[in-house]
Design a protein around this ligand. Structure first.
Ligand code: NAD
Ligand code: IPM
Ligand code: MN
Length: 370
């Protein structure tokens, strides 16, 4: 077989380590049953790193991430660290990895599994067969724009500042990913901004349209305001194929999309950088959800978003699309058996723990692989 693939595993905080434990089962399964070998190393990130090193990610972990073929990331943050200075908050560890690794394209697919139709908060007909891709710009916008901070204007009066900034090249590089993805899917793109109130949004709209006219004339583009897009996502989600948007709007709209699928515990993501001359591309895979402090340590977390994020790594970093599909199919079969974590529990289903869900996935993989 080909040489081992280098995986850096960063479990993080809260339910991060719990859902990551289940990924290890699947990695072992691939190792033993498919002879797909991974060199796995593990590091600290988020609050776990802060507690040991006083910073949410150390340079060495960032270097390791740069040298890995893929990073698997759990979740960071929680009440223990909420009071910290902004510069050392757990979330800053994740933001630094995204920025330093240049992971500008964040793919957040929202796919509804047949077994979970009733777990969605929308009516079955609206979500049955749903398969949309939210593409979130991940290294620009208001998350990183300057100026930022809080300043005192006069005693008792402060000013808090964040700045939305995009350049044409930033819009175009994520736009290209959107059009390329759409070309392999249903073939159309919704570009989402607030061109009606934000200059940067108007520029985003104009640059997206120009890019489409110049390089992708065969792909229809629809422009939509972000507030309307939020409404349309819960009104008629199947009208979308690829929805491309800025960092902040993508953060919000992907949490909305999670509930179409039944739970935030179902949504995976892939964060991708640009390919270099050799075709190598940095990548980080993480569930869309956070560290879920309200259920951490209780064995209640749904590991599927994390497991599907590993499937995305198989597809986008390791060129193993069939193995990715195998994991996705096993998740579908697992849901057909009626096993459910708390978040997706329904009438007549069997409530199980995080680890029982991971074990059951291995059973389904075994069945599919015979
Ligand atoms: P959250 O995503 O952690 O939780 C929101 C709700 O969804 C909670 O009720 C939680 O129990 C539930 N939930 C989330 N994932 C679940 C899963 N896998 N299974 C079952 N239920 C699940 O968001 P929050 O509560 O707003 O944030 C908590 C902390 O996580 C904050 O510190 C936040 O900054 C951080 N956060 C981190 C990431 C990340 O690391 N990528 C993402 C989002 C939030
Ligand atoms: C996400 C999270 C992160 C974000 C936080 C933890 C930095 O909410 O990945 O969706 O806002 O991007
Ligand atoms: Mn988020």
């Amino acid at each position: 077989m080909a040489s081992n693939k280098r995986l850096l595993v960063l479990p993080g905080d809260g339910i991060g380590p719990e859902v990551m434990t289940e990924v290890h089962r699947i990695i072992n399964w691939f190792d033993h049953r498919r002879a797909v070998g991974f060199d796995v190393s593990e590091g600290l990130v988020g609050g776990a790193s802060y507690d040991k090193h006083g910073t949410p990610v150390v340079d060495d972990v960032v270097d390791q991430a740069m040298q890995s073929d893929a990073v698997l990331f759990g979740a960071v943050g929680g009440p223990n660290w909420d009071g910290l200075d902004f510069s050392v908050k757990p979330e800053r560890g994740l933001l630094r990895l995204r920025k330093d690794m240049g992971l500008f394209a964040n793919l957040r697919p929202a796919v509804v599994f047949e077994g979970l139709i009733d777990a969605s908060s929308l009516k079955p007909d609206l979500v049955r067969g749903l398969d949309i891709m939210i593409l979130r710009e991940l290294t620009g916008g208001i998350y990183f724009g300057e100026p930022r901070g809080v300043e005192e204007i006069k005693p008792g009066e402060r000013r808090g500042i964040n700045t939305e900034v995009y350049t044409t090249s930033e819009v175009e590089r994520v736009g290209r990913v959107a059009f390329e993805l759409a070309g392999k899917r249903k073939g159309f793109v919704h570009s989402v901004e607030k061109a009606n109130v934000m200059e940067s949004g108007q520029m985003w709209r104009e640059d997206m349209q120009a890019l489409r006219d110049r390089e992708f004339p065969e792909i229809p583009i629809h422009h939509m305001y972000a507030d309307n897009a939020a409404m349309q996502l819960v009104r008629q989600p199947k009208q979308f194929d690829v929805l491309v948007t800025s960092n902040l709007f993508g953060d919000i709209l992907s949490d909305v999309a999670a509930m179409l699928t039944g739970s935030l515990g179902m949504l995976p993501s892939a964060s991708l950088g640009a390919s270099d001359a050799t075709g190598r591309r940095l990548a980080l895979y993480e569930p869309v959800h956070g560290s879920a402090p309200d259920i951490a340590g209780q064995g209640k977390a749904n590991p599927i978003a994390m497991l599907l994020s590993f499937a995305m790594a198989l597809r986008y970093s390791f060129d193993l699309p069939e193995d990715a599909e195998l994991v996705e199919k096993a998740v579908s079969k697992l849901l057909d058996t009626g096993l459910r974590t708390d978040d997706i529990m329904g009438n007549g289903m069997t409530r199980v723990s995080t680890s029982a869900m991971g074990e059951a996935l291995v059973t389904e993989l075994d069945k599919l692989a015979v």
